[in-house]
Design a protein around this ligand. Sequence first.
Ligand code: GRF
Length: 201
Amino acid sequence: MTNIAVLVSGRGSNLQAIIDSIESGFLKASIAVVISDTGDAYALERARKHGIDAIFVDPRRFERKELFEEEVLRTMKGHCIDLVLLAGYMRVLGKTLLAPYKGRILNIHPALLPAFIGLHAQKQAFDHGVKVTGCTVHFVDETLDSGPIILQRCVEVKEDDTIETLTQRILEEEHKIYPLAVKLFIENRFRIEGRKVKIIK
Ligand code: GRF
């Protein structure tokens, strides 16, 4: 059974999609712990409702990022974590967290990478006037939103879209591809060749 840690900062709808996929039997995994860097993240409440350990690690308690990440690491180590999922986690990971879980950290981004990295990707795409955007699940490495891509889904931008309606349709696709990517990881169904993630059918 794959043991997952989920790092969050906010609402946690992607966390919910993973929880639902486990509870429905789609994913043979268990979420050992949810860690948030904000105390009032709704994601913490979602986790607790499902009996999952939900821990707030307050970054303000630590002088440096490394010290904060060491505390996150300590929290995860007690749980024998195989896979780390970033789900709306608003911090760029440093070496302290990346090194021990190299190749085992995934992120979901609300745009078709490498377009529109960083914050407010949906708005960046919308303002740019693209006709198609979407979402991406990728491995996390030391560069922001740049690790090898596992899955992507397209979302058409409609003439009458607002940033809200577009964001909502992207989110619906996020909730589909994140569990799918996790399933591929758990079942070891891909090969990484350089930047390319080849999916084994
Ligand atoms: C999602 O749009 C995700 O792609 C991005 O942050 C948002 C998190 O939403 N990284 P939620 O907390 O999972 O609802």
